[in-house]
Ligand binder design. Structure first.
Ligand SMILES: [Zn+2]
Length: 362
């Protein structure tokens, strides 16, 4: 009798060896990768969780805290794999809850050498502190996978409505992006040296979730991110149940920042995830005595993708990031936020706006 044929997708599963551990079907592992040493010569290690299903299938990675201050990804991985069992029916999931150990320790996006690990992939073993981290993650984890999801937030003093960043021209990447279930899909290949761009270029379709803000594990984002992660695993046939289908998803190829013209204190008239119309007053800035009032106007129809959480601005500083849309405003207004997951999106929308002063225009 001939051996069953091994598909390309199963090839990596059959030879999976992570941190010196041969991964066996139906088992889960708490592992560590030796990365670096601190000033006293003590070992710095990167924790890795592996869950293998009982049968061959795709190998998928989840990475969190590549930027050391972006903690929502850690929250999503914990909810997905640590606080709950992940009952895979096939394939394997490899999660790195905290890639940038040094950055997280110092509440910083960067490593102590002030480099950005998400610009250093695939890295080198003899390079800088950061390049060595990117190299370790790439050689020990990423290249053993078939697909990937890298979990991020907005940069410091900003928040992002949950959106998937992906190369929408790549059919396999588009499949992952759509199956995650976010309402907003933003096209880009990613920066040179980013984990995502490097993985995609080497035949490992990878998407990025951008959701919420730094230094927080936001419940609404964790909820939506966990549902999205499970939905992708269902799409890949690794979890039982159907992935969420249908619902409106806006694929965006252009975005624009609306910047302040005057220095002053901000009032927001919109929140992350709101649909806006060309010419709409979306915020105002005022001088300290309420004088010198300046309106911030949306230059186009679209959706508020991100915004500053800092309620004071100087001229030229970015305030609102708008995803531009070819879909007419009225259609967008009718359809956006009406997906199968609308209640989860609504919760995130309300959560993200909780600490911002959002009111109606006067
Ligand atoms: Zn990031």
């Amino acid at each position: 009798m001939s051996e069953p044929e091994i598909t390309a997708e199963e090839g990596k599963w059959h030879s999976l060896n992570i941190a010196g551990q041969a991964i066996q079907p139906g088992c889960s592992y708490d592992l560590h990768l030796d990365y670096s040493q601190n000033y006293t010569g003590m070992q710095i290690r990167v924790p890795v969780k592996v869950v293998a299903g009982p049968k061959p299938g795709p190998v998928v990675f989840f990475t969190g805290v590549v930027h050391g201050d972006e903690l929502n990804g850690l929250g999503i991985i914990r909810e997905l794999m640590f606080d709950n069992e992940l009952p895979l029916t096939r394939g394997a999931v490899i999660a790195i809850p905290v890639v940038n150990i040094y950055g997280m320790d110092s509440h910083s996006r960067y490593l102590p050498d002030r480099r950005d690990p998400n610009r250093c992939f695939p890295g080198t073993s003899k390079g800088s502190l950061t390049s060595r981290l990117s190299h370790l993650i790439y050689t020990e984890i990423i290249r053993h996978c078939d697909y990937g999801i890298d979990l991020h937030t907005a940069a410091v003093r900003r928040t992002n409505y949950p959106n998937i960043r992906a190369d929408l021209d790549n059919p396999e990447v588009l499949r992952l992006a759509r199956s995650f279930g976010c309402e907003l899909l933003v096209h880009s290949r990613g920066a040179e040296g980013s984990l995502r761009r490097t993985a995609c270029r080497r035949g490992i379709p990878t998407i990025v979730l951008e959701a919420g803000e730094v230094w927080k594990i936001e419940p609404g984002v964790v909820n939506l991110g966990t549902l999205g992660a499970r939905s992708v695993l269902r799409e890949l046939g690794m979890l039982s149940g159907r992935r969420l289908r249908g619902g409106f998803q806006l694929e965006v190829r252009k975005s624009v920042w609306v910047r302040a013209d005057n220095g002053g204190i901000l009032k927001y008239h919109v929140a992350p995830g709101d649909v806006v119309e060309k010419g709409q007053v979306i915020g105002i800035s005022q001088g300290i005595f309420g004088d010198d009032r300046s309106e911030l106007i949306s230059p186009s129809d679209g959706v508020i993708l991100g915004m500053t959480t800092m309620p004071a601005v100087k001229p030229g500083e970015p305030v609102f990031h708008i995803a531009l849309s070819d879909v007419p405003y009225k259609t967008l207004k009718r359809k956006f936020g009406r997906s199968q997951r609308a209640d989860h999106h609504r919760r995130v929308h309300d959560d993200l706006a909780t600490s911002l002063l959002v009111d109606e225009p006067e």
